[in-house]
Ligand binder design. Structure first.
Ligand SMILES: [Zn+2]
Length: 493
């Protein structure tokens, strides 16, 4: 059940591999001793995995076979056991018993795997990946604003942006996130923006680049968006799309409308109703705009967001830890908005989707249950794990304006798929798939990740990534930023 390389009972060729290993093991055990035998065994297992991966990468049709499938599309349904057929990077079919010929398709055994759409994180400041955990007990104000937003961010060079974005994007894929909105906030110069975009492109993650502010005289925000549209976003047939990040500022909204891109707004909380209403009166709010945090908004503001077709992104773990206010899970639901979820920053809290989902589930239920306990005769409905899974997938896709492409396992959509191991000791035996994903799993359960049909993680390891290089770049960039900012990290504090 816990062997990393070969624990799936119905794995294709398992018999061949197992018998080969048995021969090797007995021969090697007799002839060359235990250590060498184990090494030979590991090499054989790796070779099997590589050959299987090469087959999957080499075929235009891939059949994910025999998994517990949560399509999260009510028309398609969920299945205790079914197959997902990928063809040319898109989902072709989802149902039990799909037959393919070995000559045309690669088969991926999904026994004891939960197969579902990749997770979508609608707000994360990617460049801060090199500063992970640096503000572990910090508050938004003054700590984060002073140390991260100002002191440390100002010290970034383009190569630091590249390293931070790359390590974040790859960490996301490793943890099962296949799409994210990069609320960048480090566009000190066009070169800084380009470095972040290049890292996103190289990572293989699907992302919305929310072009945002920078500091210093060389920043070209927001007008540089016209150049970015031409240089990096002229194709619709790519994993990256463009938005304009900022605060509730009429000038920024006007630039976004001129460029024809959605806005991604920070600083949407109590006290901003009048600004929001003013933007509404000016006709600057449009369907597809994203509003982040939304703590303690009035019902007038909620109505404005809903009626103009806005989407919201809530980051409950960060908001709870750093003092943003009460996460607006219930407020959103009460105002007819199903929220998307986000991790915001990992200077304080884990990025992984499991942490964000679990926090959302427990907090909404705590607050609803407290109301019942206090005699509320009309308490809200308790969220289910399935609700939260939808927040982290299809609602994320809607927020990122990508729901026609991703967010559910629906035939015709692009194949952004994660396969989660249900046979590890932290979750076995499997008794409820949505519950296990939301409340029991963690990134170590992420086995395979496909983005647009491409394998990005395979049997627990990222594919095509020089991890040693990324680790080195991240460390060098971290050292440079801390030195230039004259900021001391506190490793043991
Ligand atoms: Zn943020």
């Amino acid at each position: 059940m816990t062997d990393q390389t070969d624990s799936r009972p119905n794995r294709p060729c398992a018999g061949d591999a197992a018998s080969r290993r048995a021969v090797l093991k007995s021969a090697a055990g007799l002839a060359i001793g235990g250590v060498l035998a184990e090494r030979a065994l590991a090499q054989t297992a790796a070779a099997d995995t590589d050959a299987e991966l090469a087959r999957v990468q080499g075929r235009r049709r891939v059949l994910i076979k025999g998994g517990v499938v949560l399509s999260l599309d009510r028309q398609v349904g969920d299945f205790a056991q079914a197959d997902v057929l990928i063809e040319d990077g898109k989902i072709r079919e989802v149902r039990p018993g799909i037959a393919v010929s070995d000559a045309t398709a690669a088969v991926v055994d999904a026994a004891n795997r939960i197969v579902l759409p990749g997770f979508i994180d609608t707000h994360h400041h990617f460049y801060q990946g090199i500063l992970r955990g640096i503000l572990t007990n910090g508050l938004l104000n003054p700590d984060y604003n002073r140390d991260v937003s100002n002191t440390l961010t100002a010290a970034y060079r383009p190569s630091d942006v590249y390293a931070g974005v790359l390590v974040t994007a790859l960490g996301m894929i490793d943890g099962g996130t296949t799409t994210a909105v990069d609320t960048s906030q480090v566009s000190h110069s066009p070169e800084h923006s380009d470095a972040g975009i290049r890292a996103l492109q190289e990572s293989g993650l699907r992302a919305v680049y929310a072009y945002s502010r920078g500091a210093g005289a060389a920043t070209k925000y927001p007008q540089d968006i016209a150049r970015l549209q031409e240089t990096s976003f002229s194709s619709r047939d790519q994993l990256l799309t463009l938005a304009l990040g900022g605060t509730l500022d009429a000038r920024i909204f006007a630039v976004a409308r001129e460029a024809g891109v959605p806005t991604v707004s920070h600083g949407v909380n109590s006290g901003t109703e009048r600004t929001l209403a003013e933007l509404g009166r000016m006709g600057l709010l449009q369907p597809g705009d994203e509003y982040i945090h939304c703590n303690h908004l009035s019902s007038i503001a909620w109505r404005l967001i809903r009626d103009t077709g806005g989407h919201v992104s809530l980051a409950p773990p960060i908001e709870m830890a750093m003092g943003h206010g009460m996460p607006a899970i219930q407020d959103a639901l009460d105002n007819g908005i199903r929220p998307s979820l986000s991790s915001d920053v990992d200077v304080t809290m884990a990025q992984d989707p499991f942490t964000v989902m679990r926090t959302t589930f427990t907090l909404q239920r705590l607050l609803a249950l407290q109301r019942m306990r206090n005699g509320d005769l009309n308490p809200p409905r308790l969220l289910t794990c399935r609700d939260v899974l939808e927040f982290a997938t299809i609602e994320g896709a809607r927020c990122a304006l990508l729901d026609r492409k991703i967010g559910t396992l629906t035939p015709g959509k692009e194949a952004d798929i994660v396969m989660l191991r249900a046979d590890r000791l932290n979750v076995w035996p499997l008794n409820n798939a949505p519950g296990v994903v939301v409340n029991l799993m963690n990134p170590s359960n992420v086995d395979n990740v496909f983005i647009a049909g491409k394998v990005r993680k395979w049997r627990g390891n990222l594919v095509g990534v020089d991890v040693a290089r990324v680790v080195r770049l991240a460390e060098e960039a971290r050292d440079g930023v801390l030195r230039r900012a004259d900021f001391k990290m506190n490793l043991l504090g």
